[in-house]
Write a protein that binds this ligand. Structure first.
Ligand SMILES: O=C(O)COP(=O)(O)O
Ligand SMILES: [Mg+2]
Length: 230
């Protein structure tokens, strides 16, 4: 890979680096059960992940026939935080090929950042647990104070914190429509990885590459280099 491109690779977390759905599923069903609701299946909860935990809680209650007003939703979100915080990694696994892909990029000196809609309370412990923390000098999480993906703002904030990398010199790696739309709005190259939590077929999202898993991430990024032979 050229030493000049890409200058940075930005990663999504849930459904891209980790399969966190089983722990999110368990916490969600505990929350619902307190009100005599649920349980929801793992696949249903997977389909609710991607736009942050508050949105997930709203969707979970809606799926049980409970439309929450903003104050009711805030109370349920506040109750979800300790439930999920108590079990962030017990059932969660690293997605295939992640460790190797991170190692390869790190070895080439590519700057990396994490850009996740996941709330901040959950991020550090998960990264630590899976040995990923050292790869991410920059983390933009769900409490960063800028609009969530699919808006491009979190990606721009990460590029700024990496020292002012331009979007044209960066690649975003994610699993969902929110990831696709944020990268496209930011003007970044986009790689989508199968096996995450997308509610839409990845082939329909206009990615520069769709990969079955992270194993060939480095090669796929190399092929996206402007001017590279296809
Ligand atoms: O918590 C979520 O809903 C999604 O998080 P992600 O942006 O890392 O996929
Ligand atoms: Mg995701």
């Amino acid at each position: 890979m050229s030493a000049l491109w890409p200058k940075a690779v930005l990663f999504d977390l849930d459904g891209t680096l980790i399969d966190s759905a089983p722990d999110i599923h368990a916490a969600t069903n505990t929350l619902l059960a307190r009100e005599g609701l649920g349980p929801l299946s793992l696949d249903v909860v997977k389909s609710m992940i991607g736009e942050g935990t508050r949105r997930l809680v709203e969707r979970a209650f809606a799926a049980c026939g409970r439309t929450l007003d903003p104050a009711e939703l805030s109370a349920r979100y506040e109750a979800m935080v300790p439930l999920y915080a108590a079990n962030l990694t017990g059932l969660t696994t690293l997605m295939p090929g992640v460790a190797e892909a991170m190692q390869a990029l790190q070895g080439e000196g590519t700057a990396m950042a994490l850009v996740t809609n996941k709330p901040d309370f959950a991020i550090a412990e998960i990264l630590q647990h899976f040995g990923l923390a050292r790869h991410f000098p920059v983390i933009v999480g769900g409490d960063a104070g800028v609009p969530h993906k699919p808006a491009p703002d979190m990606l721009f904030l990460a590029l700024e914190r990496l020292g002012g990398v331009s979007a044209a010199d960066a690649v975003f790696v994610g699993d969902s429509p929110a990831d696709a739309r944020s990268a496209q709005a930011a003007g970044m190259k986009l790689v989508l990885i199968e096996g995450g939590y997308s509610r839409e077929p990845l082939a329909s999202l206009g990615a520069d590459a769709v990969l079955p898993d992270m194993r060939d991430l480095r090669g796929a990024i190399e092929r996206l280099q402007p001017g590279a032979d296809r």
